[in-house]
Design a protein around this ligand. Structure first.
Ligand code: ACO
Length: 325
């Protein structure tokens, strides 16, 4: 049986820090409001770096951590909702910059659940025997799709990238279970438009087009708490493990209150949930990779630890992966 195990992690965030006080100079908000409703204190906002730049930096670190050369990589999957362009994909741009000549490369769109969907996809390529080494990246520059005059959304998000190398192993268990859910009927809860279908060749069609994130916050909140709970329970059930057997849960970093409520519903102590959203805000597909890399670099993870990664996001999508470190 071929398993997919994490053999390297990496992350990168832009240097530019934007605090809640900085935001209060742009919109009618306050550190007190943002911190008490979300737990976010500051986020990184790109000044000139696009999604592929962040993805590349995270990828370089993950490859170094895995002791691999770019030429060793068979496949690059990048999860993002803020690609540099419709084409080429971010994965192809990163492939070129890395010099990962033999790798296939493509992007995945599953919003904030993107890293989970990408890891599950990578795991299937490895389990099938098609590929040995897959670089999975979650990268976003959400700052370019925010309405910086809308205080209900612009305070929540940040820019960043996280990456993992998944390698085939006969011995180590790696990813033990995965669960994915999608509910397109709730698509309107969280949106960011692409190029509109309009007669751009006519005068009327040449209207201003400014794609920004729109959100029904309270409905997203309810969806998140419910699906985080459902997905955690599903991967526990599939592995016949109990919450006590799990050392850490790395949730998508959107809102501290979502994580606290989900912890209660799952009956898992909040201390087992890794939280760094106070420093980075919600970086969508990047949050889980950034958090995992932080824990790995800080030596918080021991061999044999059981970890659940769990996400939710636009689509609406959600999912979880249970893995052995
Ligand atoms: N500063 C100050 N006041 C604000 C701000 C702000 N940044 N944003 C909204 N308000 C005001 C509103 O205008 C409203 O004022 P009113 O009562 O005078 O009309 C009041 O605060 C309450 O607004 P609500 O939207 O009801 O606030 P709520 O308690 O629901 O908190 C929040 C909003 C934090 C967005 C919450 O709904 C939430 O976290 N939802 C989940 C959102 C999320 O996680 N999204 C991303 C997940 S998926 C993904 O990652 C892509």
């Amino acid at each position: 049986m071929r398993h997919a195990t994490i053999t390297g992690t990496g992350s990168y965030v832009p240097e530019n820090v934007m605090t809640n006080d900085d935001l209060a100079k742009l919109v009618d908000t306050s550190d007190e409001w943002i911190a008490s409703r979300t737990g976010i204190r500051e986020r990184r906002i790109s000044t000139g770096q696009n999604t592929s730049d962040l993805a590349y930096e995270a990828a370089v670190r993950a490859l170094a951590d895995a002791n691999l050369e770019a030429a060793d990589i068979d496949l690059i999957i990048c999860a993002t909702i803020t690609p540099d362009s419709f084409m080429p994909s971010v994965a192809c741009i990163v492939q070129d910059r890395l010099g990962a000549d033999k790798a296939a490369a493509f992007d995945i769109t599953a919003a904030c659940t993107g890293m989970i969907y990408a890891m599950v996809t990578a795991e299937k390529f490895i389990a099938s025997g098609m590929y040995q080494k897959v670089l999975v990246i979650g990268a976003e520059t959400l700052s370019k799709v925010l309405d910086w005059e809308d205080r209900s959304t612009c305070v929540l998000f940040g820019d960043g990238a996280g990456a993992v190398v998944l390698s085939a192993s006969e011995h180590k268990k790696g990813i033990m279970a995965a669960h994915l859910l999608s509910d397109g009927s709730k698509q309107s809860l969280l949106t960011c438009p692409a190029v509109p279908l309009s007669d751009l060749y006519s005068k009327e069609g040449k209207r201003n087009f400014n794609p920004v994130i729109a959100m029904q916050g309270q409905e997203v909140f309810k969806f998140a708490v419910r699906t985080v709970t459902e997905n955690i329970n599903a991967v526990l059930r599939d592995t016949s493990l109990k919450a006590e057997d799990i050392q850490f849960i790395i949730p998508h970093q959107a809102n501290r209150r979502i994580i606290e409520q989900a912890a209660k519903f799952c009956n898992v102590p909040i201390e087992k949930f890794y939280i760094n959203l106070d420093r980075f805000g919600n970086t969508s597909a990047a949050t889980i990779g950034i958090a995992l890399d932080e824990m790995a670099q800080n030596k918080e993870l021991k061999q044999g630890d059981k970890i659940i990664l769990v996400g939710f996001g636009g689509g609406m999508t959600s999912g979880a992966v249970l893995l052995e470190w």
